[in-house]
Design a protein around this ligand. Structure first.
Ligand code: NAP
Length: 303
């Protein structure tokens, strides 16, 4: 297993954390997806993902580009529908309805964020649950609450659990702390960790949690999904813990041509305390995309 480089380590743990390498684990998932695509092709089905992007948010364009590249790698057909930022709700809704009715399309993803003021939940409600490859439709989140994970499970949470399992992290009976309670990451990852068969004991924390650092120090497994650069400090982490960093934050950095660098929600010094840590970039990001590919073949198999 690859370790964090010594430059990032505290002296109290000369071994350093094992890298929860999302590129390596994601490549394994993509290899599985490729095999499933071949099986579907043999039945005359080409899995097809439609991605709707509204406006010109640069980060969204990067994410959608990465999703299109992943489709090309695994043999999924992709269609991208670009709508101007001036689009209104009815126009976006109309595109979703057309994709719902298009039998050649198996997966529909509407890239977040939508333009200011547009009701994202109302658009999510409109997507055919059988094509909801983000797993955010109430039917799919409801299935998750029921403990049913054979359908379309939210990609980032599913990727987090897959990455922990890939790293050989023991989850059963362990104490997991999740920072963040969004419907996209915090809540679904908490449900996945607590479900029967995974069996972690989960604490959900958020901006009103009064003793966050103390709560984190009890965690065998710590999931940071906040959106605050390097919030989680080394002294918040129990020695030997597994830490998954979901956060993607832009931090000003004038030494770079872009003027910024990407930082996670976890300070790099945590690598000196934890036994496992996912990097940013290269951790949860590639897992999210791999799980999206998996959901697309699942949707194509089920339709
Ligand atoms: P979100 O909807 O903004 O939720 C953030 C959560 O963090 C909220 O529950 C919020 O609490 C909590 N929070 C905010 N400040 C806090 C603090 N000081 N202490 C403790 N909790 C605090 O964000 P999200 O969609 O879940 O995403 C979280 C991060 O993950 C972002 O950086 C996002 O870019 C990243 N992300 C990455 C991927 C990927 O594929 N790598 C995918 C999705 C998201 P309240 O509920 O009380 O406001």
């Amino acid at each position: 297993a690859r370790k964090w480089s010594s430059a990032t380590l505290f002296s109290n743990n000369s071994m350093g954390a094992m890298l929860l390498d999302g590129k390596a684990c994601g490549a394994e998932v993509e290899a599985e997806v490729k095999a499933k695509v071949s099986d579907l092709e043999a039945q005359g089905i080409t899995p097809h993902l439609a991605v709707v992007i509204v406006g010109d948010d640069p980060a969204s364009h990067v994410y959608v580009g990465a999703k299109e590249k992943a489709c090309a790698r695994v043999g999924v057909r992709s269609t991208r529908i670009d709508l101007p930022s001036s689009s209104d709700f009815a126009q976006v809704a109309d595109v979703v309805q057309k994709l719902n009715n298009d039998d050649s399309v198996h997966g529909i993803l509407v890239q977040s964020p939508l333009p200011e003021g547009m009701d994202e939940l109302a658009i999510t409600d409109m997507i055919d649950p059988a094509k909801d490859v983000d797993g955010f439709h109430p039917v799919n989140l409801g299935r998750l609450v029921q403990g049913r994970v054979d359908g379309l499970v939210p990609c980032t949470p599913a990727g987090v659990v897959r990455l922990l399992e890939w790293g050989g992290v023991d989850l059963s009976g362990k104490s997991a702390v999740v920072i963040g309670r969004s419907r996209i990451v915090g809540v679904p990852v908490s449900l996945l960790l607590a479900r029967k068969g995974v069996d972690a004991t989960v604490t959900i924390t958020h901006s009103r949690t009064s003793d966050l650092a103390d709560t984190c120090r009890n965690a065998d497994i710590l999931i940071a999904a906040v959106g605050m650069a390097e919030l989680v400090q080394a002294d918040w982490v129990k020695p030997g813990a597994a830490v998954v960093d979901v956060g993607v934050n832009r931090v000003d950095d004038s030494s770079r041509e872009s003027g910024y660098r990407l930082a996670g929600d976890v300070h790099p010094d945590v690598a000196g305390v934890a036994d496992w840590l996912s990097p940013v970039p290269g951790g949860v990001g590639p897992m999210t995309i791999a799980m999206l590919m998996l959901n697309t073949v699942t949707a194509a198999s089920n339709l």
